[in-house]
Write a protein of this length. Structure first.
Length: 332
């Protein structure tokens, strides 16, 4: 009997994952929850997602579409969560811990659940009693837009039980996707959260007119800041220069497809947070992460000048140019 994989979410990253799963040659059944009724009907009729990555052909012969999250859970062995972190609680509101029993749960969400200020793995463990060993986190570097173009990309699958990481990874391997297995669940997940904040910082500095020389200094300081953070939160042996950490940071900070860099660039050019959000019409996870990560920084008395600078600009309405000028005195 083939494995049944459920995907919760229908944005660009979820659509890219649907493409990977259907291009992968392993036998499987895919159950896909599409949030909006009009999108689901369009996909059924035209085999494309009208709202995200619309050029990607959806192979409906390998997919069952669902409007109810609970039905996807009932009919799936592996659940892939792929909504913006801010919308996750609402997506799962009808579910209880019983719905998660005997499921392998995969988080493809690179953000923090804002209302409770937890990364997704901790949220699943706390609210739905999912054992950490049954949670797998997906790390990059891997932009959805390049997946749609079948550009060679690498994904890291991290779990405290690497056997579970390997099980999930096998269903994503294609001629354009290579997979890496890791045991650093918290490091990969927190790294994915932090790199969005640093990409915002890069965007802000670009919008203010800082050049490539400064951006390089900013990124080199950011990876050291990330390493300091994850080593305090979850001390273990890890190589911060691996693709799940440094690689994901680089692509999110520099890529034309990075919504966090784009959001930061708009802030640097003088947009308000609200106007930038309205114009983008997409979620920049780094905005919510910046507000949530401050509690952890304060709790552990961490030196995180780049994160603090972004927070002061976004949440304390401090002038971006003045905050960045102060930051320049703290970088090495």
């Amino acid at each position: 009997m083939s494995i049944k994989i459920g995907v919760i979410g229908s944005g660009s990253w979820a659509t890219a994952m649907i493409k990977m799963l259907t291009d992968n040659q392993q036998e499987k059944q895919i159950n896909w929850w599409v949030r909006r009724q009009e999108d689901l009907e369009y996909i059924e009729t035209y085999h494309h997602n009208p709202s995200y990555l619309s050029a990607v052909e959806i192979k409906l012969d390998k997919i069952d579409l669902f409007q109810e999250v609970k039905e996807v859970f009932e009919n799936s062995d592996i659940i892939i969560l792929n909504t913006p972190a801010a919308y996750l609680e609402d997506a799962l509101k009808e579910l209880s811990p019983n719905d998660f029993q005997n499921k392998l749960v995969v988080s493809a969400i690179k953000g923090i659940v804002p209302s409770i200020k937890m990364i997704v793995g901790e949220f699943l463990n706390s609210k739905f009693q999912v054992a950490l060993e049954d949670i797998v986190v997906v790390g990059g570097p891997c932009h959805a837009e390049e997946v749609s173009l079948e550009k060679l990309s690498y994904l890291t699958f991290a779990s405290k039980n690497t056997a579970n990481s390997a099980v999930v990874a096998q269903y994503f391997q294609t001629h354009y996707i290579k997979t890496v297995v890791s045991n650093d669940l918290l490091g990969v997940e927190y790294g994915a959260v932090l790199k969005n904040i640093y990409a915002l910082a890069c965007g802000i500095c670009h919008g203010l007119g800082f050049g490539d020389n400064f951006q390089a200094v900013l990124i080199s300081n950011a990876i050291r800041e990330m390493e300091h953070f994850v080593n305090v939160i979850d001390p273990q042996k890890r190589e911060i220069n691996q693709s799940a950490y440094l690689g994901d940071l680089l692509v999110t900070s520099y890529s034309q497809f990075s919504r966090n860099r784009t959001f930061g660039n708009m802030i640097g050019k003088g947009y308000s947070v609200k106007s930038a959000q309205l114009e983008m019409n997409m979620v920049a996870e780094g905005y919510f992460a910046s507000g949530c990560i401050q509690d952890i920084i304060h709790e552990h008395h961490l030196e995180m000048p780049i994160c603090n600078t972004v927070y002061n600009i976004l949440y304390k309405n401090q002038p971006a140019i003045l905050e960045v000028k102060k930051l320049t005195e703290q970088l090495t």
